[in-house]
Design a protein around this ligand. Sequence first.
Ligand SMILES: *[C@@H]1O[C@H](CO)[C@@H](O)[C@H](O)[C@H]1NC(C)=O
Ligand SMILES: *[C@@H]1O[C@H](CO)[C@@H](O)[C@H](O)[C@H]1NC(C)=O
Ligand SMILES: *[C@@H]1O[C@H](CO)[C@@H](O)[C@H](O)[C@H]1NC(C)=O
Length: 354
Amino acid sequence: MTAKIKLRSQLHLLTGFMAGFVLAFVLLLYVYDVSRVTPCWSSSSTMSTATARIRGSPPARILCMVLTCPENVETLARTVHDTWGQRCSHLIFASSEDYEPLGVVQVVEPGGGGYEDLWNKTREGFRHVWEHFGRDFDWFLKADDDTYVVMENLQQLLSGFDPDTPVYFGYKMSRYNVSYMSGGASYVLSRQALDRFMTQAYESEVICPQPKKMGIEDFYMGICLQNVGVHFVDSSQSLDGDTKPKFMPLDLEHYMSEANITIPQWLRQMSFSLVETGLTCCSKYSVAFHYASRERMFLYEFLIYHLKVLSPNLISERNQGSQLTLSDLIRRFPLEDNSNIKDLLQMSEKPENF
Ligand SMILES: *[C@@H]1O[C@H](CO)[C@@H](O)[C@H](O)[C@H]1NC(C)=O
Ligand SMILES: *[C@@H]1O[C@H](CO)[C@@H](O)[C@H](O)[C@H]1NC(C)=O
Ligand SMILES: *[C@@H]1O[C@H](CO)[C@@H](O)[C@H](O)[C@H]1NC(C)=O
């Protein structure tokens, strides 16, 4: 697989060079391209789509399906919608009740959307997505409403793979010696994998567990996909030179304890990759973190997309000759009025609000 990725990136480079020189080639590729569905992120001009595709590979079209329930719609689902969900090509919430303002779709009966019905909700969510969008997107991400996803890193990870091959990405685990991808850490199916799930697995009780109470959603999904010839790509093996996991089944804070008491034993027993703690726990190109509260999602959002860290060189360059003069200092930051400071010797022993 590694060799394949290298070959693909070399091919992209080659295509880029040729495009710069030969305009006719551009037109030829454009003609070749028109049979494809127009990506939802593309501009209305077909010509600019063709050139953009040649300069670098276009971003993959990723549909995000987030499982939620009516109780979480105004809290977790809204937060997903306001943060990382904005960066999906298309965002859908699968629930047991519609809620149009956020794009929440009812996929199971009211009352059939609780935790014990998670397997049925996942199956029905995928059925809805496949029926309505099965050909319109390249990749299908399944996340829970308490997962935070870094979509740009997911794009990078997927760019080495062809969505028309049967592949399934995530944090690889094992239960009863059967492999599957952790559900809470989120997982991704290629268009081809989703198609096989729906056309070969969904209805067959010998290939894929049928809906029942307390079904183990992620484990069952692994069984169904194995049985229809889908390749499992453990995220720790998916990028060259980076062997750290990228879909994290715990909240990031749990990995930061030095004493590593915050890592549950089941995770060590069931994980394929080594569970490490501290700053080396996770890939620098991590894609997803589970168990995110609303506050945690906003915290990730702030740290990843808003906080800027200036390099020391940049700071000294920008401040060259622009230090505040004393008169500016006096004007902008006048001295405090210290007349309210009481006699220090009389100061109360027990201050208020202390
Ligand atoms: C699964 O969901 C579908 C759609 O709501 C429903 O028809 C079916 O009865 C459910 N099955 C179970 C076992 O809950
Ligand atoms: C899993 O596989 C290992 C090695 O083949 C074997 O020793 C072990 O008994 C198996 N465990 C289960 C639960 O089947
Ligand atoms: C963390 O736990 C693992 C497995 O229990 C152990 O091998 C490792 O030494 C521990 N690390 C620390 C810093 O305690």
